[in-house]
Design a protein around this ligand. Sequence first.
Ligand SMILES: C[S@@+](CC[C@H](N)C(=O)[O-])C[C@H]1O[C@@H](n2cnc3c(N)ncnc32)[C@H](O)[C@@H]1O
Ligand code: SF4
Length: 398
Amino acid sequence: MNSGTDNRGFDSGLNGLPPLALYVHMPWCVSKCPYCDFNSHLAPSKLPVEEYVEALLADLELDLPLVWGRSVQSIFFGGGTPSLFSAKWIERLIEGFRARLRVSPQAEITLEANPGTTEHDSFSAYRDAGINRVSLGVQSFNKNMLQRLGRIHGCAEIETAVESIQSAGIRNFNIDLMYALPGQTVGGALYDVRRAINCAPSHLSYYQLTIEPNTAFHVNPPELPDDDTAWDMQQQCGELLLESGFRQYEISAWARQGFRCRHNLNYWRYGDFLGIGAGAHSKLTLPAEQSVRRRVRQKHPRTWLEAKQTGQWLAEDRLLGEEERVFEFFLNQLRLYEGVRKEQFTPRTGVTWNRVSVRVEKAIESGLLTDSNGVLKPTSLGWRFNNEIQAIFLPSAE
Ligand SMILES: C[S@@+](CC[C@H](N)C(=O)[O-])C[C@H]1O[C@@H](n2cnc3c(N)ncnc32)[C@H](O)[C@@H]1O
Ligand code: SF4
């Protein structure tokens, strides 16, 4: 099923399967940050940990026939706050996944952690459970800013978490940092990046704060730095990261050599992923049907948990149309500094190149993209106005 030879005769279509990743959503947080629109919910006083873990394994069974025989290259425990689950339960899950799926022995297995989750185990316990990459949600090193962002931790908790990660010997370690924060100056942004570098992570996710609908910041918007200041922050902090040995490989992702996030790279390269847990999304290539399937789990943790009895795990289950595949392919790939190899387009989307050639030409003529030896890359204008590139590939823009 997983070799291109099964699909001979579809040379212009989905001939072969991309790498497969597993995403596991843990939907609870100690409190809801005012900027966050992730599917995260206030943790009840007693988390139904065991119930959730067993439900995750039952949920996985649903999709096994869609990925039979395929090897899983990465696992990502995301949230919410996965570090609210102790190492014992993470281990139970990893063992359960290995019993049901072909998890590659070299798989990258990431745990997202919040420095303020005091219930969590030491990171050596997570390492022993099978975690080999940690992503720590730091956001800022400024005490007042952390309060303004509604974070449940201060700088001392960040330092304790970093020490615990380092003493566990986990070298594959990411820090999430945000910039263009309420009232932040360029100096303030540089201070945060310097402090992050001093923690010696191998990866930095560096996001510009955005105000999202359905968040407390949307209702009461804080005053944010203007676009030019945000651009200066990005440029100056980028220079600092470059001098410190980090390389930018995606709009918001910086890594030391050998430490790019394999799980996220697979999303951006329009690989396949199976998502389990409340609200998780899956994208799975079906060569026999010459299509791509999108599945979305029930969003609310309670409704999703009830599915163990009702069997109603899914809120959405459909095949993606050609134009959706085109849009998703470009939306993701054009975030990457490596760009898009044109030869990858048809095997990943099942759509022939002539369906998009006019739009690609338009992006090149507008100075947003370059085409060099079959590799498309955003120009510096394209990086700054990535939304304009996206608009060109929107289904309605055809
Ligand atoms: C699921 S959270 C990470 C783990 C954990 N929940 C935490 O916050 O510590 C993913 C990351 O997305 C980023 N993020 C969330 N909302 C954002 C927003 N509105 N603008 C920019 N970045 C955001 C934050 O850096 C956050 O750490
Ligand atoms: S802890 Fe993370 S997932 Fe939870 S509300 Fe805050 S940013 Fe969102």
